[in-house]
Design a protein around this ligand. Structure first.
Ligand SMILES: [Zn+2]
Ligand SMILES: [Zn+2]
Length: 405
């Protein structure tokens, strides 16, 4: 990610593994390190002598000694910071200070007067924060449009002039951009989806792209919008139709509302294995053979979602990148040369906004940073390739599987 490289960082140091030894010692361990327990020693806070990092104010310790130890953990013996540094390194601290800016411009922390007045004086920092917040919201249409356009897996049946995409488990504050920062920037969400999807309509000669957002966290008032899809030259290349349903995604809903059958289903950060939401009915409502695109915030979440799909007999092949993790015991892994096969990789269309994990204060993530794609199918079924590979124009061989970017 360019933004991280500009800070001299190749990757986000995912530090969740640091909690492993604590969990081994205490299987019931559920403390949030750096929030309700010391980020260095893991002791739960009991007294009021909590020490916060003075710079970012986002990581807490039981004592000054622990704070110093965590800051030093980010330094090598020579005093230089290591790239894979653990602990509260100065880079982590810098990124966490940017989290304060991002939350302030998006009015997520209304009481943070210090950051707000700081940003009023520093317009460059304020604009950078607004750009980062916008880039995260724009990652929803950008990912959708670009991955479907560039991923050979999603080859579109040429006789279909109408592409139907179901975005399942959509929510108001994610896909719908219900955000003060976006309001201030006068960014209209459906114009952005139309801008992002125009090239797809033009390239695949589609008349209509239908986006159906379904989920209990969709706006209570169902949305119905249409937009013209315009080419770069300004001509109309098709129509975008948007509808939302404040509802669980179930077979009953699909029948009652007579929703068009999905050509592709999309899940943004579903967390299939999280206990707070049961995906059984939603996944059962999707016909086998339907291509899916799923994004997650972290690699671990992507692996967990892949595991869930395997355990529930919903995928026939494991993406090549996950072959080593899952082995060939449950289902075979796909051939890495098969451009139409399933993929798991970093998402080049995620935004620049770095967020702080809620369970481990030094852990950072970017929304929609990872993506998993394939076709929902039971192991007992024949590979569904025939249903997908029907594109007549073979000239577009340069199109790259996003998995390979
Ligand atoms: Zn401590
Ligand atoms: Zn700090």
């Amino acid at each position: 990610m360019d933004f991280l490289r500009s800070l001299g960082m190749e990757d986000l140091p995912e530090q969740q593994t640091r909690t492993m030894h604590l969990m081994a010692r205490h299987p019931e361990f559920s403390l949030q390190l750096g929030f309700d327990a010391c980020c260095a020693c893991g002791e739960q806070f009991t007294s009021s002598t909590i020490v916060d990092c003075p710079q970012c104010q986002r990581v807490s310790y039981c004592s000054e000694a622990c704070r110093k130890q965590d800051a030093d953990a980010g330094m090598s013996c020579s005093g230089e910071e290591e790239e894979s540094a653990m602990g509260h390194s100065s880079i982590i601290c810098t990124l966490l200070r940017l989290c304060n800016h991002d939350e302030a411009v998006n009015e997520e922390t209304k009481d943070d007067k210090t950051t707000q007045s700081q940003l009023e004086k520093d317009t460059t920092a304020k604009e950078a924060a607004m750009d980062r917040v916008r880039s995260e919201f724009e990652s929803y249409p950008a990912t959708l449009a670009n991955v479907i356009l560039q991923g050979p897996l999603y080859s579109i049946h040429n006789q279909h002039k109408n592409l139907v995409i179901h975005i399942i488990g959509a929510s108001q504050d994610a896909e719908f951009w219900d955000s003060p920062c976006m309001m201030k920037q006068q960014q209209n969400v459906w114009n952005a989806y139309a801008d992002a999807l125009a090239e797809l309509a033009e390239t695949k000669r589609l008349d209509t792209i239908e986006l159906l957002f379904v989920g209990p966290e969709c706006p209570k008032q169902n949305v119905q919008e249409t937009r013209k899809l315009k080419s770069a030259e300004g001509g109309t290349v098709g129509d975008l139709m948007v509808k939302s349903y404040h509802s669980e995604y179930t077979t009953e809903l699909l029948q009652q509302e007579q929703l068009s059958k999905a050509d592709i289903v999309v899940f943004h950060n579903p967390g299939f294995t999280c206990p707070d939401y049961d995906w059984t009915n939603a996944l059962a409502a999707i016909p086998k053979g339907t291509p899916f695109l799923l994004t997650t915030n972290t690699e671990l979440e992507g692996i967990a979602d892949c595991q869930y799909l395997l355990d529930n007999d919903l995928i026939q092949q494991v993406p090549p990148m996950l072959a080593e993790i899952f082995g060939d015991e449950q289902v075979p892994s796909a051939n890495p040369d098969d451009e139409k096969g399933p993929f798991f990789n970093e998402n080049p269309f995620c935004g620049n906004r770095v967020r702080q994990s809620g369970t481990m204060a030094n852990d950072l993530f970017v929304k929609n940073r990872w993506m998993l794609g394939g076709v929902l199918a039971s192991k007992s079924q024949q590979p569904p390739n025939k249903r997908l590979v029907t594109e007549s124009s073979r000239g577009n061989s340069k199109a790259k599987n996003p998995a390979l970017i």
